[in-house]
Write a protein that binds this ligand. Structure first.
Ligand SMILES: Nc1nc2c([nH]c(=O)n2[C@H]2C[C@H](O)[C@@H](COP(=O)(O)OP(=O)(O)OP(=O)(O)O)O2)c(=O)[nH]1
Length: 156
């Protein structure tokens, strides 16, 4: 599968010019456990790329900040109340269905037991993930996580 993505400060491919399509802003949570593993979830049925693994999150709604959107999505999807949010990186990806700008937020503290409110599967993963397929727009950040101290590495 062709992967076209741009990550601020890192060139991983070529996207369409911004003038061609309006970008959809997306807040994405990298829930990082104390052991360095991060949470991936499957996309629910009925959505584009249903069944693909992704980081939890969703579209920023009108009038919301990225942080507000992330707090709402984490509550709606997982039933948790997240603590401090740090926007870590921003990347862009062009899909056939949408052009998205992904705001990657590291979350290390939350309250509540994880629930699967949208029928998604959840998995705590290390780098590289051993679940597939992963949403193409998540690849660049997975590469960055692999080099980030504190993220669990999978050793074959
Ligand atoms: N949550 C999430 N979205 C991602 C990731 N990587 C990636 O390219 N995306 C893209 C896929 C979608 O085009 C977009 C997120 O939109 P979505 O449809 O899942 O958002 P949503 O939950 O607000 O959806 P809805 O309310 O409109 O049903 O971001 C990722 O790792 N996590």
């Amino acid at each position: 599968m062709a992967v076209r993505a741009r990550l601020r400060g890192t060139t991983t491919g070529v996207s369409q010019p911004d003038s061609v399509r309006a970008r959809i802003e997306v807040a994405v949570g990298i829930l990082l456990r104390a052991d360095g593993r991060f949470l991936l979830a499957t996309r629910p049925p009925g959505k584009p790329y249903a069944g693909y693994w992704e980081f939890p999150g969703g579209k920023v709604e009108r009038g919301e900040s990225v942080e507000q959107a992330l707090r709402r999505e984490m509550h709606e999807e997982l039933g948790i109340a997240i603590g401090p949010v740090a926007v870590w990186r921003t990347s862009e990806h062009d899909y056939p269905h949408a052009a998205v700008r992904l705001h990657w937020c590291i979350v290390q503290h939350w309250q509540g037991e994880l629930q699967t409110r949208e029928g998604q599967d959840l998995s705590w993963q290390a780098c590289p993930p051993d679940v597939a397929p992963v949403l193409p727009g998540a690849y660049p950040v997975l590469e960055l996580l692999a080099s980030r101290t504190g993220v669990a590495q999978r050793h074959a």
